[in-house]
Design a protein around this ligand. Structure first.
Ligand SMILES: [Zn+2]
Length: 391
């Protein structure tokens, strides 16, 4: 009899705690700096203006998850080069423009922090454009101008493939000896200056360590890493070492933490490789059906859920990356760049854009102040946008 009031009190406390987490989350501006829905071809048959059962993002679920703004990644693989990559990038931008035209009351394109804030005030989803891979400018400054005119807010200087003017983390690690240069060339430095002048943010998530430091020595604006994690917790070439994180903070920049299991969890890659190996024949036939390895892999993970689910790291490991970087360089330099719709596996509980409130709740449990949570969810991105565009 005596215990009952205590349990009731505890339940009431827990309820109000969950409520306050949700209230903070819904009030804060949440920006995600990396989603691949436009480039994974799902856009061909999915209308993300409506609720979908596939993929991680649509405008209905975005509202549920308190997501106010998304940088849509514009991406094509290295098989696209001179004469095709820029055209492909524009086709993806066309598909975003078409979506905005279909739902003008729900979504709008924004280019700076003032426009982003206005969109939030108008209860419209703010769409931004990030171009993921320098190969899409085909070594041409006028193509940078053109992409900027269409709304590009950041350029990831390389994807996994290097360009003639900047080397990538992937190729420095796996093709080091065949590279003709390392880091940023003179032309690469001119590109950095040009992006600075236009107010396009420089994204260093995929470039090599040498390119990273060459850019920091060249740029006159703060830069970002749009979707990376902490190398100290998982030594993957796509993650940033402590010295890089410190250099980024010194530049005033921000790293937006990636949710992909392979970047979050150092034990994931081995398990994923073994899984693919076990089902190689089936994966090959799925690739033939889908004509896309990523979609085929997604399908394989769905078919063998009993095997793929236990491969997902716990949510606490994702939070550990955020907390590790905050402790190292401060809450002014951390944000969210999920890589949703661009990977086959995310931590448990992070299934789609409705799950962002779980991050806010976890940060509250770690005694993060409301002010710091605001910065991590979107404040730091707004600061970056303003510092680069002037608005
Ligand atoms: Zn990427």
């Amino acid at each position: 009899m005596k215990k009952l009031p205590f349990i009731l009190l505890l339940l009431l406390c827990l309820k109000s705690y969950a409520q306050s987490a949700m209230e903070i989350h819904q009030r804060a501006i949440l920006v995600d700096t990396h989603n691949d829905v436009l480039s994974n071809e799902q856009i061909n048959h999915l209308d993300i203006g409506k609720l979908q059962t596939e993929g991680q993002l649509d405008l209905v679920r975005a509202k549920q998850g308190g997501l106010d703004a998304q940088v849509f990644s514009i991406w094509c693989g290295p098989q696209y080069g001179k004469g095709t990559a820029f055209r492909f990038a524009n086709r993806e931008i066309d598909s975003l423009y078409a979506l905005i035209k279909r739902y003008p009351d729900k979504i709008t394109l924004v280019r700076n922090s003032a426009e982003l804030k206005k969109a939030v005030a108008d209860h419209k989803f703010a769409a931004l454009i990030g171009v993921e891979g320098g190969h899409m400018i085909e070594d041409r400054m006028d193509y940078i101008d053109s992409l900027h005119n269409r709304g590009m807010c950041y350029l990831t200087l390389t994807w996994n493939n290097s360009t003639s003017w900047a080397t990538s983390a992937y190729e420095e690690r796996f093709k080091h000896d065949s590279l003709t240069h390392h880091g940023l060339t003179e032309y690469g430095k001119q590109i950095v200056h040009h992006l600075n002048d236009l107010g396009v943010m420089i994204d260093l998530s995929h470039p090599s360590e040498q390119t990273f430091y060459d850019v920091l020595a060249t740029t006159n604006k703060p830069v970002i890493a749009s979707h990376s994690c902490a190398y100290a917790l998982n030594p993957h070439q796509r993650n940033l070492k402590d010295a890089q994180l410190k250099a980024l903070a010194k530049n005033g920049g921000v790293v937006f933490v990636n949710f992909y299991s392979g970047f979050v969890d150092s034990t994931y890659q081995k398990k994923a490789t073994e899984f693919r190996h076990r089902h190689r024949a089936e994966l090959d036939s799925l690739i033939k059906i889908y004509k896309d390895e990523d979609l085929a892999t997604d399908r394989l993970y769905a078919v063998y859920k009993a095997e793929s689910e236990p491969m997902r790291p716990p949510l606490s490991l994702l939070i550990k990356h955020i907390d590790y970087i905050v402790k190292l360089i401060g809450a002014d330099h951390v944000g969210i760049g999920s890589d949703f719709d661009g990977a086959e596996s995310y931590p448990k509980g992070m299934d789609d854009v409705t799950d962002y409130p779980k991050i806010t709740a976890e940060l509250l449990k770690l005694n993060y102040s409301e002010k710091d949570i605001d910065k991590i969810l979107g404040g730091n991105f707004l600061r970056m946008l303003k510092a680069n565009t002037g608005k």
